[in-house]
Design a protein around this ligand. Structure first.
Ligand code: ATP
Length: 455
């Protein structure tokens, strides 16, 4: 069930639905106060986000359809305008593992907030809590890397662009790793692009702070999943001694992300995925690759140098993979990706260009504060020319309010507030606001907390 016209969350007018995933729905919206566009991800409250479950497609659509129905009901009951409190971002960023046990869906937001200052990571502007879900208000980007590679064939003719985008992705991932966050779901659909071909990492729904991850736990998209998450050979897992006991060593999380980056680099340069799944028993190409990595040169038009780099990244044993910084340096200096065509000759990058691509900050904005990249709508008035045209009371904040505020049932004590522009003059809002200061107190006590590329 789609949302009806004029649905608004505080000052965000929903204009369309842009995504549907395992844990939520993503909407495109415009802030009627500023005319800026945002993406709003609705994540179901109390959904048990487990890093160990690969949600199947049927289940995914069931979950999102259920959320869709609940949201439609909520908007209907609140005459299309839902008023919800904004949660203090710092309090979410500071949440602990213990807090995530109580509020699992906040883990994604917390981990994302810890790294969103990087110039190539999507900025979160606001987190809004409703009775049925949490809304994450982020910068909006018009396209993703999958569409750009597959539909627009944007990269295969421009080696410099391949290097720019890939190095920006590496820089974002390296920043995450330096902050103890491992994304675990790097895929082109989770890499968004602005109109200047800058890339932005999103979706921290599977990310983890665990430095080591248990092998053979399927997480992420199968095309990009490293082999140790699918069928790691137990005979090869090394053991170490701890207090006299034999302890099974887990696989380094950072090296799993590295494998996914290797597949992304193949996507960018060859518009192909080498295999459906890095599983010897299920995928013949991958099986032959494990017998002889040279097979890559037969199935893909790789140059000798690029093959040599890929064979250092796509090491079956995660411990043998080349480091991320070395990958970045090698990509910067490589002079050919393919053995024929426009990518058979690509320029090595001067140091200054390499530094610009890999810098965590925008050269025009030297501070590591969250970015302000939001898309500004072309129309001068936000409510002009919208697919969902506004009603006459659109700008009247003293109009009808949703009852949802008063029934927010979380008792976690997350610090929340109403933005002054959204409902300061409203009686109900101030009542709820004082209710939230009690939560604030409790907060202090608790110390809160596929598509694929065509083969
Ligand atoms: N900030 C954004 N701007 C534009 N589009 C976005 C934004 N964030 C997400 N999307 C779109 O919505 C899709 C789903 O978002 P996201 O990956 O965060 O949700 P998910 O529920 O975790 O999905 P999945 O289960 O497929 O990983 C993305 O692939 C992207 O196309």
């Amino acid at each position: 069930m789609m949302l009806s016209n004029n649905c608004r969350i505080n000052s965000y007018l929903i204009t369309s639905q842009i995504g549907e995933g395992a844990y939520g729905l993503v909407y495109r919206a415009v802030d009627i106060r500023t005319d800026k566009e945002y993406a709003i991800k609705a994540v179901v409250q109390n959904c048990s986000v487990s890093n160990e479950i690969l949600v199947n497609e049927g289940e995914m659509y069931k979950n999102s359809a259920k959320l869709q129905r609940k949201l439609a009901k909520l908007f209907k009951e609140s005459k299309n305008v839902v008023r919800v409190p904004s949660i203090d971002l710092k309090s979410i960023e500071d949440m602990s593992e213990e807090d995530f046990e109580k509020l699992p869906h906040y883990k994604e937001i917390s981990l994302h907030l810890r790294v969103h200052r990087h110039k190539n990571i999507v900025t979160i502007h606001e987190v809004l809590q409703s009775t049925i879900c949490t809304f994450i208000v982020m910068d909006y980007y018009p396209t993703d890397l999958f569409t750009s590679i597959v539909e627009n064939k944007h990269f295969v003719t421009n080696g410099l662009l391949v290097k720019k985008v890939f190095l920006q992705i590496c820089s974002a991932i390296s920043y995450c790793h330096d902050h103890g966050i491992y994304h675990c779901d790097i895929k082109p659909e989770n890499l968004l692009l602005d109109t200047d071909d800058n890339v932005f990492l999103c979706d921290f729904g599977l990310s983890t702070t665990s430095t080591y991850i248990r092998p053979n736990v399927c997480i992420g998209s199968s095309y990009y999943m490293p082999p140790e998450r699918i069928s790691f050979d137990n005979g090869k897992i090394s053991f170490s001694k701890s207090k006299g006991h034999k302890v099974k060593k887990f696989c380094p999380s950072c090296n799993g992300d590295l494998w996914s980056l290797g597949i992304i680099l193949i996507n960018l340069t060859c518009i192909r995925n080498p295999w459906l799944k890095a599983d010897k028993s299920e995928d013949n190409t991958y099986y032959y690759f494990t017998k002889d990595p040279n097979i890559l040169k037969q199935i893909l038009p790789l140059s000798g140098d690029f093959y040599s780099l890929l064979s250092k990244i796509l090491q079956v044993n995660p411990k043998n993979r080349i480091g991320l910084q070395e990958v970045m340096k090698e990509v910067s200096s490589i002079t050919s990706f393919t053995n024929k065509g426009p990518l058979s000759k690509v320029p090595p990058l001067p140091k200054s260009v390499y530094e610009r691509f890999t810098s965590p900050v925008d050269s025009t904005n030297k501070s590591l504060s969250p970015k302000q990249y939001s898309h500004v709508r072309k129309s001068s008035k936000a409510h002009n020319n919208l697919p969902y045209t506004s009603s006459s009371d659109e700008d009247d904040d003293s109009g009808s309010r949703s009852g949802s505020l008063g029934t927010l049932d979380t008792d976690t004590g997350l610090h929340s507030s109403f933005t002054s522009t959204s409902c300061e003059s409203d009686n109900e809002c101030s009542k709820i606001s004082s209710k939230f200061s009690l939560f604030e107190k409790k907060f202090n006590e608790l110390h809160m907390s596929s598509s694929s590329l065509t083969d």
